[in-house]
Write a protein that binds this ligand. Structure first.
Ligand SMILES: *Cc1c(COP(=O)(O)O)cnc(C)c1O
Length: 457
């Protein structure tokens, strides 16, 4: 019991100069709370083993706990995995102008819903809309929080209590529990499944319309592919048929490229502009997939439908915030100016030449003095272009234990995310942002040294 009396008091500790400095950084209340917790642990420990740490040791514990507690859970990482649109790693990194716009709009009041001309309330939904109209050739545009919400909103506004025809080949689950048939039912639509998994014909659509379908829904297959004995009518055939019967066609393009991936040597995809040109009445797509912007759901199409969607109460619940609208506008401007392929990180990564990536991987081997360069594949990811990859070159390291080494890399201040294959740690230069390269190499170098030192008994 005497021992417990030797434990310093909270009052004494909190007034030590080091603790005063800690209070300046973390605030009085938080310091006090953590100090009490640490002292509680000290008391328990003393009862167990009859030892008492020094004041310095206690203060050190308080400081480490404060540091640990102030680590936010959302942290930047270095993506060396070679997956360009990695949903777990936040999909698209933003371009410089988008970051600057977020700062410009976020740090001040803004005209989010204010009309400077009239000096009164304005509309949130005008932001980014003109840019989308100009870029896609649509009549009107609307931005919501994400594409899953966008699809839900469009269906709720246009398909509630209506029969909606959709091909069985497109009743997909996107990931994260987003299933097209469930979303359709939730929005109040009556699903009319047509065709088979592998083959759907124009007359399947025609039959559905004759049986009362008043809307046609198309969905990008997103993360899977049907190959072999397949058939589906072209979009223009479907829209021609639908318009003859005066019903609209909604197309959930998913990733929604504004630039055909064929430009980057990938398989060709229907772009948003082409989908509209081929007659789709409403097209939905994501802001943070192939577009390379912030998380958003972009809805473009005929003005009369967009207006109806805007008036649905879900729009209010799904509206995009000002930081999203700021980043999106800046990203879209890059497309308008024709600079996107250089400035939007996702596009710049897709556009990188194989030889360029190889030279960078070789440079890494030279700087690190270890590892070798092997051929590999970068993945597009994000459920955008299923199974599609780009040839790349990887830095391959063979540590004692690949799993332990990748864990070590994940525990760094700026964690490095890698791939493991055949006991090799693989790093793909394609997905490493130029601004992170120096940190990557320095930390990799140190981690390799540490692991070497551990090898010696
Ligand atoms: C990704 C995707 C969605 C969901 O978009 P989010 O922006 O992730 O909400 C919906 N439909 C399709 C076809 C998709 O590929």
């Amino acid at each position: 019991m005497n021992l417990l009396r030797a434990i310093p008091s909270v009052d004494y500790l909190i007034n030590l100069p080091v603790m005063v400095a800690l209070q300046e950084e973390y605030g009085h209340d938080w310091c006090l709370q953590v100090t009490r917790q640490v002292l509680e642990q000290v008391r328990n420990q003393a009862q167990n083993d009859e030892t008492i740490p020094t004041d310095n040791e206690i203060v050190f514990q308080v400081e480490s706990q404060l540091k640990a507690q102030s680590n936010t859970t959302l942290q930047p990482v270095i993506n060396a995995s070679g997956v360009i649109l990695h949903t777990n790693l936040g999909r698209a990194p933003l371009c410089q102008s988008a970051l600057e716009e977020v700062l410009r709009i976020g740090q001040a009041y803004s005209t989010l819903e204010y009309d400077l001309d009239k000096g009164q309330r304005g509309k949130r939904d005008i932001h980014a809309a003109d840019l989308l109209v100009r870029l896609t050739g649509s009549e009107a545009a609307l931005v919501v929080n994400n594409n899953a919400g966008g699809v839900m909103l469009v269906l709720a506004a246009l398909a509630n209590r209506k029969k909606v025809a959709i091909s069985r080949s497109q009743l997909v689950e996107i990931g994260g529990g987003f299933r097209i048939p469930e979303v359709m039912r939730l929005s109040g639509a009556k699903l009319v499944e047509i065709g088979t998994t592998n083959r759907t014909h124009l007359n399947d659509y025609e039959t559905a319309i004759q049986e009362g379908a008043s809307l046609i829904m198309l969905a990008h297959q997103s993360n899977f592919k049907i190959v072999g004995f397949t058939a589906s009518p072209s979009l223009s055939e479907i829209t021609e048929l639908a318009h003859r019967h005066e019903i609209p066609v909604i197309h959930d393009l998913g990733s929604g490229a504004l630039i055909d991936p064929a430009t980057f040597g990938l398989e060709t995809e229907l772009t948003v502009q082409e989908a509209l040109l081929q007659g789709a009445d409403v097209v939905c797509f994501s802001g943070d997939k192939l577009l390379g912007g912030p998380q958003a759901g972009l809805i473009v199409g005929k003005a009369k439908y967009i207006e109806k969607i805007r008036r649905h109460p879900f729009y209010r619940a799904l509206r995009a915030d000002k930081l999203c609208l700021a980043a999106l506008s800046a990203t879209l401007l890059e497309y308008l100016k024709g600079s996107a392929v250089k400035t939007v990180p996702v596009l710049a990564m897709l556009a990188r030449q194989e030889a360029d990536v190889k030279a960078q991987a070789e440079h890494w081997v030279k700087l690190l003095g270890t590892g070798h360069v092997i051929q590999g594949e970068s993945a597009i990811g994000g459920g955008s272009l299923p199974g599609q990859t780009q040839p790349t070159w990887l830095l391959a390291l063979r540590p004692k234990s690949a799993r332990q080494f990748s864990r070590r890399l994940r525990q760094l201040d700026t964690p490095i995310i890698t791939r493991i294959e055949n006991d090799l740690i693989l790093l793909d230069p394609r997905t490493v942002l130029p601004a992170q390269e120096a940190v990557l190499l320095e930390n990799l170098h140190n981690a390799l040294l540490e692991e070497q030192n551990e090898k010696r008994p």
